[in-house]
Design a protein around this ligand. Structure first.
Ligand code: GDD
Ligand code: MN
Length: 403
């Protein structure tokens, strides 16, 4: 009798990369296939809230998916012993598991560590402080069951909102969203409430991706790095905190900006651009050599030599770009017809670039009085960026069919 009342042992804290396994490791006798939902509750000093939230969530989930869900409290060694309070509830709540992190800290990594230990096919997160109404969970679950890859509880759809927020706080929250839209429109623009920390995601959508969130906003990381096609949204009203206090300080705003920039950089094809630049550099030598040969050995006129040698440079660049810079893409678009089409597009784009080059130098030097070498340098940089970007979008475009 006494042994059944002993609290369950704590979950082992995963270490290493923040990566969610495709198939969950079996931590207990239960097969991983059996768990439908793993809901992580990140906590820091929430000892007063944890009994209520666990009780409410259990009551809700026992009704709809009894014994095929798990609640995972991930506590960062709170001084108010939140982890111990939670652990002491485990005999009464068999679906509850607790992780106590002593080495790492931070909301986003806590959520991912929890998901790493999770067995469910659907991974979710909810705040411990009851600011996220537990009832919304069922609507999120319904979205997932209809096929969503990601279901987000949003303050900005349907009957969603905030309770007693000051104008300043609303402004800051919206400002952060607008900033996100400017820096990462393709990510932040996909949901109405990118700041939400209340959502569910299909394991497959993020499994195997290395996540590296900075700060608080885990949803942005999931959207930015995951493979999310269908997004479902459910409105909710962000409740006032009754117990404990928010951990948000100005530091979270800095971290948020840092997070946006990190993701922005990860999304830019930096490696490709460096290869493109290297190829472009090689083209200068081809151009010069052919020009020299045409002038000295063949004895061609200045303009003819310049045109022909420039063309030789362009063909050189095309071949290397097709083989190396965009090799992965051209290998999926084989055949001579397609290759010639790419060459023609590349040629046309480079010629437009040349026209821009001349226009920019003239504008800077003749109209604005910029030093001519600086003008030339600005023109080269601008045109290289132009050539790279347009070729990326038009010549070596990844089409839906290739995927
Ligand atoms: N493990 C762990 N480690 N948990 C943390 C940490 C941490 O360093 N910091 C905060 N938490 C937990 C809190 O205990 C709480 O359960 C949850 O994360 C949210 O923290 P709050 O400090 O209450 O955040 P908030 O209410 O200001 O912000 C919330 O509002 C956003 C909407 O604007 C966050 O929950 C966001 O996720 C939410 O979207
Ligand atoms: Mn809160």
């Amino acid at each position: 009798m006494t042994t059944t009342n002993k609290p369950h042992s704590l979950l082992t804290v995963p270490t290493g990369l923040l990566q969610i396994p495709t198939v969950a490791k079996n931590t207990t006798e239960l097969s991983s296939q059996d768990i439908k939902l793993s809901l992580v509750i990140p906590t820091y000093k929430e000892s007063e809230n944890i009994p209520t939230i666990v009780q409410k969530l259990t009551q809700l989930l026992d009704d709809v998916i009894p014994s095929v869900y798990e609640l995972i409290v991930v506590d960062d060694n709170s001084s108010d012993l939140t982890w111990e309070v939670a652990q002491n509830m485990t005999p009464e709540y068999p679906q509850l598991q607790v992780m106590r992190r002593e080495k790492e800290r931070g909301l986003s990594t806590a959520v991912i560590r929890g998901w790493q230990a999770a067995r469910g096919k659907i991974l979710g997160v909810i705040d411990a402080d009851l600011q996220h109404p537990p009832e919304t969970l069922l609507k999120l679950l319904a979205e997932m069951e209809q096929g969503a890859d990601l279901a987000v509880a949003s303050r900005h759809v349907g009957e969603g909102g905030v309770s007693e927020w000051s104008l300043i706080r609303r402004f800051l929250s919206r400002g952060a969203q607008v900033l996100g839209l400017i820096i990462l429109p393709g990510v932040v623009g996909r949901v109405s409430d990118p700041m939400s920390g209340y959502f569910m995601v299909r394991r497959e959508a993020i499994a195997g991706k290395t996540l590296s969130p900075v700060g608080y906003k885990i949803l942005i990381e999931v959207l930015g790095r995951g493979n999310v096609r269908w997004v479902g949204e459910v409105g909710y009203v962000f409740q006032e905190r009754l117990e404990g206090e928010s951990k948000v300080t100005w530091k979270q705003y800095i971290e948020y900006l840092q997070h946006l920039l990190t993701l922005r950089l990860a999304k830019w094809p930096v490696g490709r651009f460096i290869r493109f630049g290297t190829v472009g550099f090689s083209g200068v030598f081809v151009d010069m050599t052919v020009f020299y040969l045409l002038r000295e050995a063949v004895g061609l006129g200045l303009t003819s030599s310049a045109i022909l040698s420039a063309e030789a440079g362009i063909i050189n660049n095309f071949l290397w770009n097709d083989l190396w810079t965009f090799g992965d893409i051209s290998r999926s678009q084989r055949g001579w017809r397609k290759r010639v089409k790419r060459l023609l597009k590349f040629n046309l784009i480079c010629l437009t670039g040349l026209i821009f080059n001349v226009l920019i130098i003239n504008l800077l030097f003749n109209l604005l009085g910029v030093n001519e070498y600086i003008a030339k340098l600005i023109a080269i940089t601008t045109v290289t960026l132009w050539n790279f970007w347009v070729n990326l979008k038009l010549s070596w475009r990844v089409t839906q069919v290739d995927k």
